[in-house]
Design a protein around this ligand. Structure first.
Ligand code: NAD
Length: 245
């Protein structure tokens, strides 16, 4: 397994699902993990410490600029460094185009896009000083393929790909890599409420013939955070069971 000893990582949306899997796998690779979420993330932290890892929880809303920046700046100051930021917090408010409200559009973008921007703005300063860092953004298969009922969500995830490529260019000279991981259909609470016929349709499009596990996504994140991935930046790593565009 790739090693991340001495690294400090922040994972947003780490209290459950993919964020929990990323947090625990980063910890198993040796990182000190800050499990950040809008709700308490004690269960994830317990999994980390029970397995002998180290970390802490941090509660803030990524979509509130002052809160996100203050939380991350405090961590950088106290812990002395931020090596890894995983912008995983995300929401999906599904509506067909004709029903999309300004409110759901705004909420989706403020968490999925503005939140990633606020957190990265705060963390990148510490990475610039250290002249090393890793930013991983969670995109989605629907950013590139689209999905009925996901106007706001697919647009927000397409935005994630755009800002990933922009930051990769902006910070390459500082030895900071920025990549996106685009999961397909992963078994979490976010996908739990999808109608059965949608699940069946997605599975029929998935050559590997199974729903993904949060650990499938976490493994790609850990690799991108490793020294071994130091020549990879501005990329979208698709973890989707082989779904083709
Ligand atoms: P999830 O709903 O299970 O977990 C999302 C986490 O984000 C929760 O812990 C939640 O509390 C947190 N969160 C939500 N709003 C927040 C805010 N404003 N500030 C801080 N934290 C907040 O989702 P998941 O399935 O684990 O998805 C994780 C990421 O992966 C998301 O960005 C999602 O869009 C993306 N993704 C998921 C799938 C999938 O199939 N599950 C597919 C593609 C992409």
């Amino acid at each position: 397994m790739f090693r991340l000893d001495e690294n400090v990582a922040i994972v947003t949306g780490g209290s459950r699902g993919i964020g929990r899997a990323i947090s625990t796998m980063l910890s198993r690779a040796g990182a000190y993990v800050v499990v950040a979420d809008i709700v308490p993330a004690d269960e994830t932290l317990k999994l980390i410490t029970d397995a002998g890892g180290k970390g802490e929880t941090k509660c803030f809303d990524v979509s509130v600029e002052d809160a996100a920046q203050e939380a991350i700046r405090e961590l950088a100051k106290r812990l002395g460094r931020i090596d890894i930021l995983v912008n995983n917090a995300g929401i999906a408010l599904d509506q067909l185009l004709l029903r999309v409200s300004a409110e759901s559009l705004h909420r989706t973008f403020s968490v999925n896009v503005d939140g990633a921007i606020y957190c990265t703005k705060a963390a990148i300063r510490s990475m610039m000083r250290a002249e090393r860092g890793r930013v991983i953004n969670l995109a989605s298969v629907v950013a590139e393929l689209g999905n009925p009922g996901q106007t706001a969500y697919s647009a927000s995830k397409a935005a994630i790909i755009g800002l990933t490529k922009t930051w990769a260019r902006e910070y390459a000279q500082r030895n900071i890599t920025v990549n996106a991981v685009a999961p397909g259909f992963i078994d979490t609470e976010m996908t739990l409420r999808l109608p059965e016929e949608v699940k069946t349709w997605i599975l029929n499009q998935t050559p590997l013939g199974r729903i993904g596990k949060p650990d499938d996504v976490a493994a790609a994140v850990v690799f991108l955070c490793s020294e071994e991935a130091s020549y990879i930046t501005g990329q979208v790593i698709r973890v989707n069971g082989g779904i083709l565009g």
